[in-house]
Design a protein around this ligand. Structure first.
Ligand code: TMP
Length: 216
């Protein structure tokens, strides 16, 4: 029987440098001879192959910040997640691949649970009802002061800026949420200081990876 792959997620506020770090980790794991798939939420892989998830991403990240009520935002994120997990993540893991995902369920907890104030109970219940006990093997939480992250994110051009336009205090609550989630379960989460050069952050990620998977 094929050995199940590992599910590793990257989390953090706007402009924390997740995409850079996930690509670097993918190169590192590939060089070790592992089969690696890159994906993201909301939306699934960038090629849009998980069509309903890609369609929901567009609805979530574009348009007016007030487009969705917080509850709808949480439900839509879980709708795309169910499609993404069932059609992409779970089959890849079963085939022995490592799946690296840019954001996952902890983003719903931090953004909708903490940022919008729906509360941890609501998000936990939603997760259990839709995905049961399915969770990542390891989650990196890239932590950066809100002002620094928003400045970095703002330097990127694009239409997917709906969340960046939420007020500063929303992003402060998101950061607080991520830090609380990571600290509550230090075995499954690695809280990474995302300030400094990409190389410095990459070294911190590598250290945490080796700690979680010593046999790699
Ligand atoms: P991205 O900019 O990292 O691609 O993510 C898109 C935005 O979606 C980001 O601002 C965070 C937000 N988001 C949520 O609010 N809840 C979620 O569950 C997910 C996955 C993302």
């Amino acid at each position: 029987m094929t050995k199940r792959g590992r599910f590793v997620t990257f989390e953090g506020g706007e402009g924390a440098g997740k995409s850079t770090q996930i690509e670097r980790l993918a190169r590192h794991l590939t060089a070790l001879g592992l089969r690696v798939r890159l994906t993201r939420e909301p939306g699934g892989p960038k090629d849009g192959s998980i069509e309903p998830a890609a369609a929901l991403r567009k609805m979530l990240v574009e348009g007016d910040p007030a487009r969705w009520s917080p509850k709808s935002e949480a439900l839509l994120n879980y709708a795309q997640r169910v499609e993404h997990v069932n059609r992409f993540v779970a089959p890849a893991l079963a085939a022995g691949e490592w799946v690296l995902c840019d954001r996952f369920a902890d983003s719903t907890m931090a953004y909708q649970g903490y940022g919008h104030g729906l509360g941890p109970g609501f998000v936990r219940a939603l997760h259990r009802a839709t995905l049961g006990s399915f969770k990542p093997d390891l989650t990196f939480v890239l932590d950066i002061p809100v002002a620094e992250g928003l400045a970095r994110a703002g330097a990127r051009a694009g239409v997917d800026t709906r969340f960046e336009r939420f007020p500063r205090d929303f992003h402060e609550r998101v950061r607080k949420g991520f830090r609380a989630i990571a600290k509550a379960e230090p075995k499954r989460y690695a809280l990474i200081d995302a300030r400094g050069s990409a190389e410095a952050v990459e070294a911190r990620v590598a250290k945490a990876l080796a700690k979680r998977f010593p046999k790699l």
